[in-house]
Write a protein that binds this ligand. Sequence first.
Ligand SMILES: Cc1ncc(COP(=O)(O)O)c(C=O)c1O
Length: 414
Amino acid sequence: MKVPFISASELETITAQFPTPFHLYDEKGIREKARALNKAFAWNKGFKEYFAVKATPTPAILKILQEENCGVDCATEVELLMSRKLGFTDIMFSSNNTPAREYAYAREIGATINLDAYEMIAFLKETAGLPETVSLRYNPGGVFALGTEIMDNPEESKFGMTHDQLIQGFKDLEAYGVKEFGIHSFLASNTVTNDYYPELARQLFTLAVEIKEKTGVELSFINLSGGIGVNYRPEEVANDIAIIGKGVHEVFDEVLIPAGLGHIKIFTELGRFMLAPHGLLVTKVLHRKKTYRDYVGVDASAVNLLRPAMYGSYHHITNMTNPNGKIEVVDVVGSLCENNDKFAKQRGLPEARVGDTLVIHDTGAHGFSMGYQYNARLRSAEILYQENGTARLIRRAERPDDYFATLYGFDFEK
Ligand SMILES: Cc1ncc(COP(=O)(O)O)c(C=O)c1O
């Protein structure tokens, strides 16, 4: 069972006010999550979560995280612009394949630049110039495993630089006069285990000791990046950030303290873990259809939530109007001219009748932000369910004039 953060009657009040589909975010849950993370890492002086803006690039959400002492991690110039405009001062720029202009802007606003490639050291030096602080992104190659379980395949990943490039990189940076250094690594995505961060930390802490021995460089920070996952499936057990923080602490004491590196600050760049469970995609049943399968057609589609169509990801669905209806096996589909526009395939759900309100769970991260406009389906609204129980529109739904706004030689008013 997955329990939505809002009751059916409270949601009815909101759907009476705002047309579906929309993304709904839970302010209380977001704040509690940020506080739990900061508490779990309070043992580390200088700990900072740089929330991955790409997960939920919505100013009202970023403001909440800012109030909870989080910084931001940006990947593009526009994410940097938004963060700057929101008054963030702790900004990480973890980009890849980056244009010179974006590095220049990152430097201008004082963001910490995290270089994805060894080649980018020379590129940055020749273009925007090297700042006082530089971080390098590490890719150890091979596979990333926890025990016998393979979690991901860094060797096939386009991100980061090799071990030898990283060591050489620090030598180069020091010779060029850079003063402060960090490392960053993202080796597995959506890990539903409390062991990912401690294992990643062990690899990165060991590397920090080696960097000190081989180059004389003492890192100032280690960025564990994103990758802590969420229990999208009801049978999965949610990660426990207190256990994760304790696990990283133990490795810190074991590896870094004896090496005289106890000053190193731990950074994170979590997106999914921070926001996914605190967002719901709210949609209504438009039609039923019966052919070789039974279909429930809803007013949301893959443009509002791409993950199921793109990765075959599971998102739990609750029928808020008819939770105790007779279970039937259905496909829940949107209206795109694409057969992968399905939120659920052959899933047992309580009977979904035309007009029923369904919520699709865990859509608060990499949900709205991965949206697009295929078939001229427009982006939905985003609504904040505030701590005081009221709903606030934080992004209106797109209108046709937004869709036409970038066109030349076409005036739809005529
Ligand atoms: C560089 C970087 N940092 C952080 C994140 C956030 O990852 P997650 O949402 O899995 O925590 C991402 C996700 O793509 C990323 O690319």
